[in-house]
Design a protein around this ligand. Structure first.
Ligand code: SF4
Length: 195
């Protein structure tokens, strides 16, 4: 397996490290789809194991979406994202991963002393994550994988000067992984999971 710098939020949560446009994460674009390749190899080991030793959330969520089932996930799909962070001083922020986009990206200007969580839902940054397809870049809207991919992790879409309405910086890797998992699911259950 490669030595690319992956992040894992726990034994169930393999994911690519947080990154935005530009610069692209290490290995991109020169090495094709190194993150998708790595995750596909992990998936194969997990999928073909004689018995399921662990849950791997990213794979389970992808399979659920390929099968047309709902999946509550920050990485995939078009479901509204509904988490918020309350800091120890009472300020309400968006999820911490947004801090990888730029300083202050997670801030809302709200706090629990003067605002409700309904106020937080109306914040433009939060509202964009409730809008599903309407919040995505044109390339994503036209993408045959969009109902599964959903444009990728929100933080990974950020491009300086262009905001978050961009395909994920891991777009090619996501396509590689989703099509790989779709082929395995199709082989197991039949039918065509994605175009
Ligand atoms: S990030 Fe790439 S793979 Fe995902 S929906 Fe957008 S264009 Fe499709």
């Amino acid at each position: 397996m490669s030595t690319l710098p992956f992040a894992s939020a726990g034994p169930e949560a393999y994911t690519s490290r947080h990154a935005t446009w530009p610069p692209p994460p290490p290995g991109l674009p020169d090495r094709g789809t190194p993150y998708g390749d790595w995750l596909a190899a992990v998936f194969d080991r997990w999928w073909h194991a004689g018995r399921r030793r662990t849950r791997v959330r990213i794979f389970q969520e992808c399979i659920a979406l390929l099968l047309g089932l709902p999946a509550a996930t920050e990485q995939f799909g078009l479901q509204p994202f509904t988490a918020a962070v309350v800091e120890t001083d009472g300020t309400i922020e968006q999820v911490d991963s947004l801090k990888t986009a730029y300083p202050g990206a997670a801030a809302t200007g709200l706090d629990v002393f003067a605002h409700s969580f309904d106020d937080a839902l109306a914040h433009p940054g939060v509202a964009a994550r409730q809008a599903g397809l309407a919040a995505l870049a044109p390339d994503c809207v036209a993408c045959p994988l969009v109902t599964v991919c959903g444009g990728g992790h929100y933080a990974h879409r950020y491009r300086e000067g262009h905001g978050f309405r961009n395909p994920s910086v891991y777009c090619a890797d996501l396509q590689r992984l989703i099509r790989h998992i779709a082929a395995a699911v199709t082989g197991e259950f039949g039918g065509g999971a994605v175009a």
